[in-house]
Ligand binder design. Sequence first.
Ligand SMILES: CC(C)(COP(=O)(O)OP(=O)(O)OC[C@H]1O[C@@H](n2cnc3c(N)ncnc32)[C@H](O)[C@@H]1OP(=O)(O)O)[C@@H](O)C(=O)NCCC(=O)NCCS
Length: 183
Amino acid sequence: MDAAAHSDPNLSVVIRQQTSDDAKEIDRLMSLGFSSSHAGRNIWRLREGKVIEELCLVAETEAGHLLGSIRYWSITIAEKPSILLGPLAVDPAVRGRGIGVQLVRQSLERAMAGPWHWCFISGEPNYYLKFGFSPVTYDDVSLPAHIEEERLHMLALSSATPDEMPPKPWPVLSMIPATKEVN
Ligand SMILES: CC(C)(COP(=O)(O)OP(=O)(O)OC[C@H]1O[C@@H](n2cnc3c(N)ncnc32)[C@H](O)[C@@H]1OP(=O)(O)O)[C@@H](O)C(=O)NCCC(=O)NCCS
């Protein structure tokens, strides 16, 4: 990131939908935010489907330097179309300035207007409560691979119909692209 953005206390940030041109910079942010073993973690078993383009946002300076990224993936929860939040990463040079919060809030606003029932996350235990997420346990959900229970959270989106859900635990599964299902 440029030194000017780092030192500017009034840093002005633009939030917009990601494009394919952002891929390299998003990779850079991810490598700053996560260890190299991140892509091998069990949460990636839920990211075998497609990203949901309209929910994937980036934060950038007015000069166009990427400062943060949030992505979402298609999953099902008890067969209901749902979304997986993350990864979320903010450049270490500008953390603690509300960029992560803006990315989560603006993307969840979009998600609330969409067809999805639930938003699921494996995330930092205390970061997501302020957005309305509730902790869940393995009594509530079943996963394709083990994730530390303290990281699991869910949020009901506008399309959720809690009264029509089957008995728990609800299976959380990745939405495999159609080409894979055919084979
Ligand atoms: C987590 C992360 C995205 C936060 O981004 P950010 O722009 O610094 O966060 P914000 O400035 O919007 O929010 C700051 C608030 O989040 C809290 N917070 C920051 N990191 C946190 C963490 N890892 N766990 C819990 N809370 C955290 C801060 O204490 C602060 O709380 P407050 O508003 O009550 O004071 C950023 O630290 C990051 O990229 N970390 C590395 C990758 C990562 O862990 N991603 C999240 C995986 S779930």
